[in-house]
Design a binder for this molecule. Sequence first.
Ligand code: C5P
Length: 202
Amino acid sequence: LNGFTVAIDGPAASGKGTISKAVARHFGFAHLDTGLLYRAVGARVLDGELPEDAARALVPADLEDDRLRSPEVAQEASRVAAVPEVRALLVDFQRSFAARAGGAVLDGRDIGTVICPDAQVKMFVTARADVRARRRFEELRGKGVDTTFEAVLADVEARDARDMGRADAPLRPAPDAVQVDTSNLAIDAAVEAAVALIAEKL
Ligand code: C5P
């Protein structure tokens, strides 16, 4: 299974993170949430560093920062993610992760298109923006964050527009990705579909 790679892309709160974690656990694969890399760069930029310097200075401990899940860091992440130098500095780490022994699941925006175009399994997970915003809103509220559904929806839509509109590695499905819409699909069903898809290729 060395180098066996599952690429799961999609917009914010589409369910790709949950699906990725579940299939990694199911098959015993390592999992990398690549959004955390951009969030960690974003957090450093909010602390005053320049995007490129921040990407170069990144260390594994940065990924443990509790602030990474905040809406402010999410927005900054999508801004630094549009900087080509930042993206270029993060490529090797992601490709090495994908090549590790025992199989790997990477989730993000450009895994199937740019980082691992030869991935054995590619999925593109989507859902309507209002459904995704509702999920993220409930999640933030559960964590005690004081926000409104409208604010979360505006955040999600701003990030979608930035991620799809950038010139370098825009968010889009790879031509050979299997698309899954989770708007009306329970997470268990989406996980089952992903497990079946991977089992076919093993
Ligand atoms: O997935 P997550 O919401 O944590 O990603 C945060 C931001 O990082 C995204 O809005 C996107 O701009 C950026 N990102 C990216 N490429 C990836 C993963 C995340 O551009 N592979």
